[in-house]
Design a protein around this ligand. Structure first.
Ligand SMILES: [Zn+2]
Length: 147
Protein backbone atom coordinates (compact mmCIF):
# COMPACT_ATOMS: atom_id res chain seq x y z
CA UNK A 1 0.00 0.00 0.00
CA UNK A 2 1.52 3.31 -1.06
CA UNK A 3 1.29 6.08 1.51
CA UNK A 4 0.17 8.81 -0.86
CA UNK A 5 -2.65 6.58 -2.10
CA UNK A 6 -4.40 6.50 1.25
CA UNK A 7 -4.41 10.27 1.79
CA UNK A 8 -8.14 10.49 1.14
CA UNK A 9 -8.88 7.89 3.78
CA UNK A 10 -9.38 8.86 7.41
CA UNK A 11 -7.71 7.15 10.32
CA UNK A 12 -11.01 5.38 10.94
CA UNK A 13 -10.96 4.05 7.38
CA UNK A 14 -7.45 2.70 7.83
CA UNK A 15 -8.58 1.09 11.07
CA UNK A 16 -11.38 -0.62 9.16
CA UNK A 17 -9.01 -1.94 6.47
CA UNK A 18 -6.74 -3.22 9.23
CA UNK A 19 -9.66 -5.01 10.91
CA UNK A 20 -10.71 -6.70 7.66
CA UNK A 21 -7.10 -7.64 6.94
CA UNK A 22 -6.66 -9.15 10.40
CA UNK A 23 -9.89 -11.14 10.05
CA UNK A 24 -8.81 -12.88 6.86
CA UNK A 25 -5.18 -13.19 7.94
CA UNK A 26 -6.44 -15.11 10.96
CA UNK A 27 -9.04 -17.28 9.20
CA UNK A 28 -7.67 -17.74 5.66
CA UNK A 29 -8.17 -21.23 4.24
CA UNK A 30 -7.40 -21.80 0.57
CA UNK A 31 -10.65 -22.28 -1.40
CA UNK A 32 -12.81 -21.70 1.69
CA UNK A 33 -12.03 -18.33 3.27
CA UNK A 34 -10.23 -15.81 1.08
CA UNK A 35 -12.04 -12.51 1.68
CA UNK A 36 -12.31 -10.50 4.87
CA UNK A 37 -14.66 -7.60 5.49
CA UNK A 38 -15.16 -4.99 8.17
CA UNK A 39 -17.94 -2.50 8.66
CA UNK A 40 -18.44 0.37 11.05
CA UNK A 41 -22.00 0.63 12.28
CA UNK A 42 -23.75 3.97 12.64
CA UNK A 43 -23.18 3.50 16.36
CA UNK A 44 -19.43 3.37 15.78
CA UNK A 45 -18.73 -0.29 16.40
CA UNK A 46 -16.61 -2.40 14.07
CA UNK A 47 -17.81 -5.84 12.94
CA UNK A 48 -15.72 -8.22 10.88
CA UNK A 49 -16.52 -11.21 8.70
CA UNK A 50 -14.91 -13.65 6.32
CA UNK A 51 -16.56 -15.29 3.32
CA UNK A 52 -18.01 -18.76 3.62
CA UNK A 53 -17.27 -20.64 0.43
CA UNK A 54 -19.19 -23.85 -0.13
CA UNK A 55 -18.96 -27.00 -2.19
CA UNK A 56 -22.41 -26.12 -3.46
CA UNK A 57 -21.53 -22.75 -4.94
CA UNK A 58 -24.89 -21.08 -4.51
CA UNK A 59 -24.61 -21.59 -0.75
CA UNK A 60 -21.49 -19.43 -0.59
CA UNK A 61 -21.81 -16.26 1.50
CA UNK A 62 -19.75 -13.11 1.06
CA UNK A 63 -17.64 -11.66 3.87
CA UNK A 64 -19.66 -8.43 3.86
CA UNK A 65 -22.86 -10.38 4.56
CA UNK A 66 -21.21 -12.24 7.44
CA UNK A 67 -20.00 -8.95 8.96
CA UNK A 68 -23.47 -7.46 8.59
CA UNK A 69 -25.03 -10.55 10.14
CA UNK A 70 -22.76 -10.28 13.16
CA UNK A 71 -23.73 -6.63 13.56
CA UNK A 72 -27.45 -7.35 13.34
CA UNK A 73 -27.20 -10.18 15.88
CA UNK A 74 -25.11 -8.18 18.34
CA UNK A 75 -26.62 -4.69 18.22
CA UNK A 76 -29.54 -4.82 15.79
CA UNK A 77 -29.78 -3.00 12.51
CA UNK A 78 -28.13 0.39 12.98
CA UNK A 79 -26.91 1.12 9.48
CA UNK A 80 -23.50 0.93 7.85
CA UNK A 81 -21.30 4.01 8.14
CA UNK A 82 -18.38 2.48 6.17
CA UNK A 83 -17.57 -1.00 4.84
CA UNK A 84 -14.56 -2.59 3.20
CA UNK A 85 -13.57 -6.00 1.85
CA UNK A 86 -10.04 -7.30 1.36
CA UNK A 87 -8.75 -10.36 -0.49
CA UNK A 88 -6.06 -12.75 0.68
CA UNK A 89 -3.96 -14.12 -2.21
CA UNK A 90 -3.69 -17.84 -2.89
CA UNK A 91 -0.36 -19.46 -2.01
CA UNK A 92 0.83 -19.65 -5.64
CA UNK A 93 0.21 -15.98 -6.41
CA UNK A 94 3.19 -13.74 -6.97
CA UNK A 95 1.81 -10.83 -4.94
CA UNK A 96 1.16 -11.99 -1.39
CA UNK A 97 -0.32 -8.70 -0.17
CA UNK A 98 -3.85 -8.61 1.20
CA UNK A 99 -5.57 -5.89 -0.82
CA UNK A 100 -8.85 -4.00 -0.90
CA UNK A 101 -11.43 -5.36 -3.36
CA UNK A 102 -14.74 -3.96 -4.56
CA UNK A 103 -17.96 -5.48 -3.25
CA UNK A 104 -19.67 -7.85 -5.71
CA UNK A 105 -22.97 -6.84 -7.28
CA UNK A 106 -25.07 -8.76 -4.77
CA UNK A 107 -23.24 -7.14 -1.85
CA UNK A 108 -23.81 -3.71 -3.39
CA UNK A 109 -27.53 -4.42 -3.25
CA UNK A 110 -27.24 -5.69 0.33
CA UNK A 111 -25.19 -2.72 1.53
CA UNK A 112 -27.64 -0.30 -0.08
CA UNK A 113 -30.59 -2.12 1.51
CA UNK A 114 -29.09 -1.60 4.96
CA UNK A 115 -27.76 1.93 4.44
CA UNK A 116 -28.36 4.07 1.38
CA UNK A 117 -25.59 6.44 2.49
CA UNK A 118 -22.94 3.86 3.31
CA UNK A 119 -19.34 4.78 2.49
CA UNK A 120 -17.42 2.02 0.72
CA UNK A 121 -13.65 1.68 0.54
CA UNK A 122 -12.69 0.44 -2.93
CA UNK A 123 -9.50 0.08 -4.96
CA UNK A 124 -8.59 3.30 -6.75
CA UNK A 125 -6.09 4.19 -9.45
CA UNK A 126 -3.43 4.85 -6.82
CA UNK A 127 -4.68 2.88 -3.85
CA UNK A 128 -7.81 2.50 -1.71
CA UNK A 129 -10.32 5.31 -1.99
CA UNK A 130 -13.79 6.19 -0.71
CA UNK A 131 -17.02 6.13 -2.69
CA UNK A 132 -20.65 5.94 -1.64
CA UNK A 133 -22.83 2.91 -2.22
CA UNK A 134 -24.88 5.10 -4.57
CA UNK A 135 -21.77 5.56 -6.74
CA UNK A 136 -21.42 1.78 -6.97
CA UNK A 137 -25.10 1.04 -7.55
CA UNK A 138 -26.83 3.55 -9.77
CA UNK A 139 -30.39 2.70 -10.70
CA UNK A 140 -30.81 0.15 -7.91
CA UNK A 141 -33.31 -2.66 -8.42
CA UNK A 142 -36.72 -1.90 -6.94
CA UNK A 143 -39.81 -4.08 -6.82
CA UNK A 144 -42.28 -1.20 -6.72
CA UNK A 145 -43.48 0.30 -9.97
CA UNK A 146 -42.90 3.99 -10.34
CA UNK A 147 -46.18 4.58 -12.17
ZN1 LIG B 1 -20.37 -10.08 -2.28
Amino acid sequence: MKHESVSTLTGSDLELIAAATEAIRLRYRNDWQEVGAALRSRTGRIFTGVNLDAYLGRMAVCAEAVALGRAVVDIGETGIETIVAVRHPRPAEQDQNITVVSPCGACRELICDYDRNARVIVPGASGPTIVTIGDLLPNKYRRERTL
